[in-house]
Design a protein around this ligand. Structure first.
Ligand SMILES: *Cc1c(COP(=O)(O)O)cnc(C)c1O
Length: 391
């Protein structure tokens, strides 16, 4: 299986069949598992074998299929699935860190990821924030004993591209675990592990589900990290992925590559078509040569991804007029969906942040984030153009 190409792994990796030989992955909608004897129960609590399960908070056959498929795609030894992307981010960080530990994190993060780091600071973890695109700041911030580096690439919503290989090398020099929140790169474009990331975290809610149905998350890493560091924390704190949601994610993975490549092609077409639009102050898309880290994005992902961010000239009122005039593109705060979705981060996903912090992150009043879906590119462009005409 390890020599299969990603598209083959997306369909077949991790599959387990029951005695019925079902073609489609089965949903094992069960919390518990029956033991043949008291002795077997005891033995399983001491050490569960690969096909042995104890309780769905610890693991479940359908969830295990999803975990093994994700590990195979990402190129890690193992993975642990969680109830949401945030449970995965929180699990990866909190399982690893203790009071007195030091973490360096990129500043440009999803709002809830910032909140998790604030909670850790409350429990005595020291957090240093840096400009993720400035390797000098990473190098200056780490010190012997720095326990973890955390970054999102591409970042939400300003699409900053962090050089994973450079940052991983800086982290490894001081023995830190390098954790990448990889939602925007998607498993299709990710080379995070090959570039040096130790742990890769996904919100499966986004492209992996791909149809806006279920919450889910997954942490991919070495067997030692997943089983010795992460699993004890997650299995006792209860952020387990539901078997039904794991099944939805497995089905999502089967079409992930096709969907994400199509969405990225539409994103590039939209970014190109709107790049010089008079109603837009700027268009941010890593796939455009004008992006400050275009070369790095292409080397690191081979694509600009499925999200385009732009700044509407005229601030929040103009941005709201654009959102309200759209007919096909929906106003919502998810991304990676089959439906194109537009978000105004300053008043929704990043509303909580103080004005200065928003400004420092480039989350201006006119900024909007557009996640491209699977609609016809011509219809999406026509919708955006008619809405921009009304701004
Ligand atoms: C959505 C998102 C998350 C959180 O995922 P949920 O499944 O909503 O909990 C974390 N990081 C990034 C970059 C995201 O886009």
């Amino acid at each position: 299986m390890s020599d299969w190409k990603t598209r083959t792994k997306l369909i077949h990796a991790g599959a387990r069949r029951s005695q019925y030989g079902e073609m489609s992955e089965a949903i094992f909608l069960t919390q518990g598992f029956v033991y043949d004897s008291a002795g077997q129960a005891e033995a399983r609590f001491i050490e569960a074998g690969p096909d042995e399960f104890i309780y769905a908070r610890y693991g479940n056959p359908t969830v295990r299929m999803f975990e093994e498929r994700m590990a195979a795609i990402e190129g890690t030894e193992d993975a642990f699935a969680t109830a949401s992307g945030m449970a995965a981010v929180n699990g990866a960080l909190t399982a690893l860190l203790r009071a007195g530990d030091h973490v360096v994190s990129a500043r440009a993060l999803f709002g809830s990821c910032l909140y998790v780091l604030e909670i850790l600071a409350r429990f005595g973890v020291e957090v240093t924030f840096v400009d993720g695109t400035d390797e000098g700041q990473w190098r200056a911030a780490v010190r012997p004993g720095t326990k973890a580096l955390f970054l999102e690439t591409v970042s939400n919503p300003t699409l900053e591209v962090v050089d994973i290989a450079a940052v991983a090398a800086i982290g490894h020099d001081v023995g830190a675990t390098v954790i990448v929140d990889n939602v925007f790169a998607t498993p299709t474009f990710s080379k995070a592990v090959a570039l040096g990331a130790d742990v890769v975290v996904y919100s499966a809610t986004k492209h992996i589900d791909g149809s806006g149905r279920c919450l889910g998350g997954v942490v991919c890493g070495s067997r030692a990290f997943v089983r010795k560091v992460l699993e004890p924390y997650l299995k006792h704190t209860g952020a387990a992925l539901s078997p039904f949601n794991a099944w939805v994610m497995l089905k999502g993975l089967e079409t992930l590559d096709l969907r994400v490549r199509q969405q990225a092609a539409t994103a590039l077409a939209v970014a190109r078509a709107l790049e010089d639009h008079p109603k837009l102050a700027r268009v941010i898309y890593p796939g455009l040569p004008a992006h400050p880290r275009h070369g790095l994005a292409m080397a690191q992902m081979g694509s600009g991804g499925t999200v385009v961010t732009f700044e509407v000239a005229g601030g929040q009122a103009a941005a709201f007029r654009l959102l309200d005039a759209l007919r096909i593109v929906k106003i919502s705060n998810n991304l990676g969906d089959a439906k194109s979705i537009i978000t105004h981060p300053a008043t929704t996903t990043h509303q909580r942040l103080p004005a200065e912090q928003k400004a420092a992150l480039g989350i201006t009043p006119g900024l909007v984030r557009l996640s491209l879906g699977l609609e016809d590119e011509a219809d999406i462009l026509a919708d955006l153009r008619q809405a921009l005409d009304r701004v």
